[in-house]
Design a binder for this molecule. Structure first.
Ligand SMILES: Nc1nc2c(ncn2[C@@H]2O[C@H](COP(=O)(O)OP(=O)(O)O)[C@@H](O)[C@H]2O)c(=O)[nH]1
Ligand SMILES: [Mg+2]
Length: 309
């Protein structure tokens, strides 16, 4: 599977993070202007927490600076600032963010997209199809959100625009059956990837979460080792609640990665680190706007560079 062509666009990430940069970046800079003493470190930890890094990551990052200061009390504020940046990059690089690779004979790659209503699932299915198509991959999408007719139409419109195949169910039909049919069709048409859209569901509603498990099993029956990716779509503007969503989804349907959408709509951005650190699940893609090409593979260095300056 040739997916290594994905490259993060610096300009796209820069533009998406402009709100976060002007809030987070500016504040961090000012925190690192004076003397780095215990009071400053406390302020730093509090600020990181406020911009969604979560308790654990805020502590870890602050402790790193505290330790540095103990070992080298003569460092300049700039040195601490650079240390924070580079530690954040290495912290975000702990989990591989590339899509899984599978051998040719196991194609198509099956990607199941799950998440709460309105987080950007259907849009992300379209964006991901676009990315794959850019890399000359033959993609088929499955409209397995049979809950609302509008959801099927929404994906159909995208598929039409992108000129890719779609397999859809009728409204209220069994989403697991739609996924099964889509996978069969994709195999017959020798597709490289199938992306399955699903209905939005609240992570607190057990029967809906069990339905997701049924869709997953259906993908597994109709494919070779699939679903190879189960990607949870999270809205970056929901802050810490995103962690709870991820925990619940992960419990019912083991996740392989996160698509973090709407980063263009938040002034915070720390949630990227909190998700990876607290759940051990990598952020694989970020949503940077509403257009079809507003998706980027997550690249820690590009992300941190654009968050800080
Ligand atoms: N600004 C912004 N809007 C997004 C992004 N991703 C999705 N959206 C918007 O979020 C809304 C809900 O998206 P949709 O894909 O229908 O969500 P779903 O219910 O999870 O399928 C739509 O208006 C999308 O255009 C993103 O990365 N940035
Ligand atoms: Mg949808």
């Amino acid at each position: 599977m040739v997916l290594q062509f994905f490259k993060s666009s610096y300009a796209k990430v820069k533009s998406a993070l402009s709100r976060a940069r002007s809030f987070f970046g500016e504040k961090i800079k000012s925190l690192f202007q004076g003397k780095i003493d215990e009071a400053a470190l406390e302020k730093l930890e509090q600020f990181l927490y406020e911009v969604d890094f979560g308790v654990q990551t805020s502590k870890e990052l602050t402790n790193k600076i505290r330790q540095l200061q103990k070992e080298n009390p003569s460092l300049k504020p700039d040195d601490y600032y650079s240390a924070l940046r580079s530690h954040l990059v290495s912290l975000l690089s702990r989990y591989p963010s590339a899509l899984v690779q599978i051998p040719e004979e196991k194609l198509p790659l099956v990607i199941l997209i799950v998440g709460v209503n309105g987080n950007g699932k259907t849009t992300s299915v379209a964006k991901l199809s676009y990315l794959l198509k850019q890399g000359n991959q033959k993609v088929l999408v499955a409209a397995a959100d049979t809950f609302r007719a509008a959801a099927i139409e929404q994906l159909e419109t995208w598929a039409h625009r992108l000129n890719i195949d779609i397999v859809k169910g009728t409204p209220q039909s069994d989403p697991a059956a739609v996924a099964f049919d889509a996978l069969q069709a994709a195999k017959a048409r020798k597709c490289d990837a199938v992306i399955v859209d699903t209905a939005g569901r609240l992570h607190t509603k057990i029967p809906l979460m069990q339905e997701l498990e049924k869709i997953r099993r259906s993908c597994s029956k109709a494919s070779s080792g699939g679903p190879h990716e189960v990607l949870l779509v999270l809205d970056a503007t929901t802050g810490q609640n995103a962690i709870d969503q991820a925990k619940q989804f992960h419990k019912f349907t083991p996740l392989t990665g996160i698509i973090l959408t709407k980063l263009d709509g938040t002034a915070k951005g720390g949630i990227v680190a909190a998700i990876q650190q607290e759940l051990g699940i990598p952020v694989k893609f970020i949503g940077t706007g509403e257009q079809i090409d507003d998706i980027q593979p997550f690249d820690p260095q590009t992300f941190v560079d654009n968050l800080f300056e």
